[in-house]
Design a protein around this ligand. Structure first.
Ligand SMILES: NC(=O)c1ccc[n+]([C@@H]2O[C@H](COP(=O)([O-])OP(=O)(O)OC[C@H]3O[C@@H](n4cnc5c(N)ncnc54)[C@H](O)[C@@H]3O)[C@@H](O)[C@H]2O)c1
Length: 373
């Protein structure tokens, strides 16, 4: 018999997470504190599945089987038989702690409790638990049904058995699970920061958004940093950057550049407002020094990944896979390092440091993993 999966919170992420496990044949018990979210969940999932049937990507039988596997309930007491419960509720530490406290009174100590948090330390969420050894993060990407990557993060007290079970249940649902430490932004949201940040450094030095994007596209990136911000929203990007800047003690590697703040203040947030850094213009031709621009951005991507590696709990291969799946990058930072060579990257970082304004100097300090590898 397939294990039973619980999902709490049926918003953007929770509904997609529920669909992911239901499509893999698991029984899914799901709820939301907001009655309209519960009442509409089945219809919203049916709509998402209908679009896949219409596109020829799913059979009607598979759609029906997925919907049959979903059981929306009103009360948390129905979660008692779950092997794994994933919360995708509001991003507030107290709300997640309170939910897990309620669930611990209902489920046996063997039930795994996973958080889909983007920014709260797993250790904080586990701090009030009776059995913190079964608490971990399973961080899905949006939309969870389409994005293959799931980051798996333990806190210091998570048991190996809990990690292994969470991994195997999620891999069985078709995901690529990459383990990482309980550090701000896990892998992708942290290691992606220089993709945007260094692009802003170039913008503030007088390069245009269109030529930076064209350079990265010529190097195989599906979208340049500014087009990606236009897609996601400058306000969302600023919130993510500012969150990392706070969480990492205002380190200049996460500096929120004035150009980004000014863009948000202007209201030109990207596709959703009709104007962004590049949108609605078409991609420009790559500038003559496209390779130099790409190398500079990749040097800082490599350095950030090497800093994370230095902190332990992950591997170069794991970071590469996460960045390719989570960001659609054509190569991971350690593959880029192998391509450019360590000496070249260290030389680039040194040159960037000597040219940087005083407040950004330590932005380019090479990670220990780069100095010693
Ligand atoms: N949206 C993303 O791109 C994304 C990506 C990765 C992780 N996350 C994380 O996933 C979580 C959910 O995000 P979302 O975008 O799906 O939010 P959302 O606002 O779309 O959905 C949250 C749902 O949780 C419900 N809810 C709130 N408090 C609850 C509670 N105490 N008990 C039961 N239900 C409750 C709300 O009614 C709502 O339906 C957050 O922790 C967020 O940081 C979001």
């Amino acid at each position: 018999m397939q294990p039973i999966i619980g999902v709490v919170g049926l918003g953007t992420m929770g509904l997609g997470i529920a669909q992911t496990y239901a499509a893999a044949g698991c029984s899914v018990i799901a709820t939301d504190a907001f009655a309209p979210a519960r009442d509409s969940a089945r219809a919203r999932m049916a709509e998402a599945l209908a679009a896949r049937v219409a596109a020829g990507k799913l059979t009607a039988d598979a759609r029906d089987a997925t919907l049959t596997n979903l059981r929306v309930v009103e009360s948390l007491t129905a979660f008692a038989p779950c092997a794994l419960i994933i919360e995708a509720i509001v991003e507030k530490p107290w709300a997640k702690q309170d939910l897990f406290t309620q669930l611990e009174a209902i489920v046996p100590p063997t039930t795994l409790l996973a958080t889909n948090t983007s920014s709260i330390p797993v250790a904080t969420i586990a701090a009030t638990a009776q059995h913190p050894d079964r608490i971990l993060a399973l961080h899905f990407f949006n939309p969870p049904t389409a994005m293959k990557l799931v980051e798996l993060a333990p806190h210091a007290g998570t048991s190996e058995a809990a990690l292994a079970t969470a991994r195997s249940l999620t891999e069985a649902a078709g995901k690529t699970v990459i383990q990482c430490p309980d550090r701000p932004g896990f892998i992708v949201n942290r290691c992606a920061r220089p993709f945007y940040g260094e692009a802003f450094a170039l913008l503030e030095e007088g390069r245009s958004a269109a030529e930076v994007d064209a350079a990265l596209q010529a190097a195989g990136y599906r979208l340049g940093p500014f087009s990606l911000i236009d897609l996601i929203g400058a306000d969302i990007n600023l919130a993510a950057t500012s969150g990392m800047f706070e969480a990492m003690g205002h380190h200049p590697r996460y500096h929120p550049f004035d150009a980004l703040k000014a863009q948000v203040a202007s209201g030109h947030l990207g596709r959703k407002t009709g104007i962004g850094f590049v949108f609605p213009a078409k991609p420009a031709a790559a500038p003559a020094d496209a390779a130099t621009l790409t190398e500079r951005i990749e040097a800082t991507l490599i350095n950030e990944a090497a800093w994370l590696l230095s902190e332990g709990g992950t591997t170069p291969e794991g970071i590469d896979t996460a960045m390719k799946l989570g960001m659609n990058f054509p190569r991971g930072p350690f593959e880029a390092l192998a391509h450019h060579g360590k000496a070249r990257i260290l030389a680039l970082l040194a040159a960037l440091e000597s040219a940087a304004p005083a407040h950004l100097k330590t932005r380019y300090l090479p990670a220990p993993a780069l100095d010693t590898e």
